[in-house]
Ligand binder design. Structure first.
Ligand SMILES: Nc1ncnc2c1ncn2[C@@H]1O[C@H](COP(=O)(O)OP(=O)(O)OP(=O)(O)O)[C@@H](O)[C@H]1O
Ligand SMILES: [Mg+2]
Length: 214
């Protein structure tokens, strides 16, 4: 079995359940996921998680949330990653601007599609101060609900000209995680560095940190 086979089984499961009715185009493929546009109850995004093509050691080093079993084959790692992201979206979507989770099957999550959304890395923001403030507000709400993103960057923040979303949550950690403080600090530093470099927004990491933890 290879990823294509596992993806097909997951898609078949979602189709049988009715959460997906037809598959659209590939939106992006990276080293740890492939995202497609699709139809279900309206337009949805399908994210196939693909963890474990690298050696397990590499995955463990970069993804501290992975269980530290001796054998954690890619099938389980990929399904686990999908489950982590689905759980975060489920817990967050009522209060935090994230895609709404629709279904999960094996390594696949089905979620609402962000129409006209682009990562801020590919956008020129007209109102960077507002977008920055909105991201801070969202990660603060997420923190208070027990979720630290863990991979916050300009590639995981999407805008459509009006709204802001924080996407890509499989690596989240809870505030009681032993490295939580360091991970939160890194998220905030990434955010401040990006907005300072591109938009000259001069925000102090300590100040934003205090704002996030409330
Ligand atoms: N709900 C969504 N609606 C619309 N587009 C989406 C949605 N979720 C993800 N995308 C698109 O897919 C891309 C990759 O999504 P995401 O960041 O969740 O995956 P990833 O894990 O970063 O993938 P990679 O392996 O490239 O790191 C996003 O940059 C975005 O363009
Ligand atoms: Mg991403």
């Amino acid at each position: 079995m290879v990823f294509t086979g596992f993806d097909a089984l997951a898609l078949h499961g979602a189709v049988r359940k009715g959460s997906v009715t037809s598959l659209g185009c590939l939106l992006g493929v990276g080293k740890e996921a492939a995202v497609y546009e699709a139809m279900g109850m309206g337009v949805v995004a399908l994210k196939f998680h693909r963890i474990g093509q690298q050696s397990f050691q590499t995955v463990r080093r970069s993804r501290s949330y992975m269980p530290q079993y001796k054998h954690f084959p890619w099938i389980f790692a990929s399904s686990y990653s999908a489950r982590q992201e689905y759980d975060a979206l489920t817990a967050l979507h009522a209060e935090v601007s994230v895609p709404v989770p629709v279904d999960i099957n094996r390594n696949l999550i089905v979620m609402t599609f962000i129409h006209g959304g682009v990562p801020i890395a590919q956008a020129t923001l007209e109102n960077p101060d507002d977008v920055f403030a909105e991201v801070v507000e969202n990660i603060s709400k997420a923190y208070l609900l027990g979720y630290i993103h863990g991979d916050l960057s300009e590639f995981n923040i999407m805008v459509d000209g009006k709204n802001v979303w924080v996407i890509d949550w499989p690596q989240w950690v809870e505030p009681s995680h032993p490295a939580a403080e360091e991970i939160l600090q890194r998220d905030i530093t990434n955010l401040c560095t990006y907005f300072s470099r591109k938009y000259r927004i001069d925000a102090q990491v300590e100040e934003i940190h205090a704002q996030v933890v409330g």
